[in-house]
Design a protein around this ligand. Structure first.
Ligand code: DP6
Length: 402
């Protein structure tokens, strides 16, 4: 039968979220299993603004496993993709052999087709591998009827992906077993825990493609004494304090720990040899603006955090988010896309006071920020019921419009 006429037996679609770490993961103790040198903690971002959608299909006529990412077919033999596929199939086989009833609807020897897209531009430099691997693992697990703890499978695609397997506030416990079975993510509070918390992603213009996190952290582990100190002597205590601050919805404590942890992560990058620089001048101006804003009010109303790139992620409470957006517009005036500058959740209009402006006292820097994505805490991966959302057609190939 020609491939384009195939009639796919099983087709399903899932979505998964992006997460932003407030206690950073940086450094592995095992490269193959992706085991970290410290625990980390993240906030899951809402999928209405940022998500990956993945369709998986299985059919007895498929000749090989295939995958399309954002409209282009990519090599399925990538070792991390293979780890996830192998692990899910192993769990499916185990379940199959454990079960009395072997009337499994899916034949495990059948090949799969996978198609995945992001609802945000990859060019924006927002980490997409976490949402991507979480979505892949979640969808494959549904396809093969695998249940139970899946974060340790997603972890083998990309470390931070294990945290995208849950919504709300999530910790990745580093574990200490050499087989990685205890290195798992868990939700510490659901998305509804802190409804006042708001998140702004400031997409910073940049021409350079930064050093990828996998390579970056390898060099840091080899060369940075600060990273070793951080993992052993700073993060364990900081994790406890962060869990406590989130539990009590203590914004000031949460914000302070978030900024300090981002700063220490970037300090370890500077301590890496040769050094790695992820922050650019605009990132540093944003940090400066946040500190001046907080000191004007005499308490912490906004916090920044930066991953392996120049984009800033800002946390505020809903009563302050409108003012912070105005501040960004004032000091990073958008020239061309005024209307499209703020995407996502709406914020209330606020007029900046003259006192605040003189306290900030910075020169405006045009075009430093391309746009802002306004979002909040969101849920974990989900199954999409609407079959018109499938990214693959009944022939098992990507639909034309993706
Ligand atoms: C700075 O999860 O992308 O975003 O495990 O090699 O795929 P690999 O790395 P990745 O690293 C993320 C690093 C970070 C911090 C974090 O998300 O905790």
């Amino acid at each position: 039968m020609p491939e384009d006429k195939l009639c796919v037996a099983t087709l399903l679609t899932c979505t998964a979220p992006v997460n932003i770490a407030v206690i950073k993961y940086w450094g592995k103790r095992n490269e193959d299993l992706i085991l970290p040198i410290n625990s980390s903690l993240s906030v899951t971002l809402h999928q209405n603004q940022l998500k990956t959608t993945t369709t998986v299909a299985s059919c007895k006529h498929f000749k090989e496993d295939r995958i399309w990412l954002n409209g282009k077919e990519v090599d399925i033999n990538h070792p991390r993709l293979q780890s996830c596929l192998r692990e899910i199939r192993r769990l499916a086989r185990k379940r199959h052999s454990d079960e009395e009833n072997k009337s499994e609807k899916l034949n495990l020897s059948q090949k799969v087709h996978i198609c995945s897209v992001n609802n945000f531009p990859t060019a924006a430099g927002l980490a997409s591998s976490a949402a991507g691997y979480a979505c892949l693992v979640y969808a494959l697990a549904k396809l093969y009827g695998v249940q139970g703890e899946l974060s340790k499978v997603a972890r083998q695609g990309s470390g931070s992906a294990c945290r995208s397997m849950y919504g709300g506030f999530v910790q990745w416990i580093m574990g200490n077993r050499s087989d990685g079975k205890d290195s798992i993510a868990e939700e510490i509070h659901p998305e509804t825990h802190w409804p006042q918390l708001r998140i702004l992603i400031l997409v910073v213009s940049s021409e350079r493609k930064p050093v990828g996190s996998t390579t970056g952290m390898q060099t840091s582990v080899k060369t940075s004494p600060l990273l070793k100190y951080r993992a052993e002597s700073v993060v364990p205590q900081r994790m406890k304090e962060m869990v406590d601050a989130i539990g009590k919805r203590n914004f000031e404590k949460f914000a302070e720990l978030t900024m300090k942890d981002s700063n220490q992560f970037h300090a370890t990058c500077g301590d890496t040899y040769p050094p790695i620089f992820y922050l650019n001048d605009v990132s540093k101006r944003i940090m400066n603006m946040v500190h001046r804003y907080n000191s004007h009010y005499g308490h912490i109303k906004a916090a920044y955090t930066f991953d392996a790139g120049p984009n800033a992620v800002i946390f505020t409470l809903d009563e302050d988010v409108g003012e912070f957006v105005e501040l960004v517009k004032e000091y990073f005036p958008p020239e061309t896309n005024g209307e499209l500058f703020l995407k996502g959740l709406t914020v209330s209009k606020v007029t900046l006071s003259e006192e605040l402006k003189s306290a900030i006292g910075m020169e405006p820097c045009s075009n430093g920020i391309d746009y802002i994505i306004s979002t909040k805490v969101g849920p974990g991966p989900q199954m999409v019921e609407d079959t018109s959302c499938h990214l693959l057609g009944l022939d098992g190939l990507p639909k034309q419009n993706i």
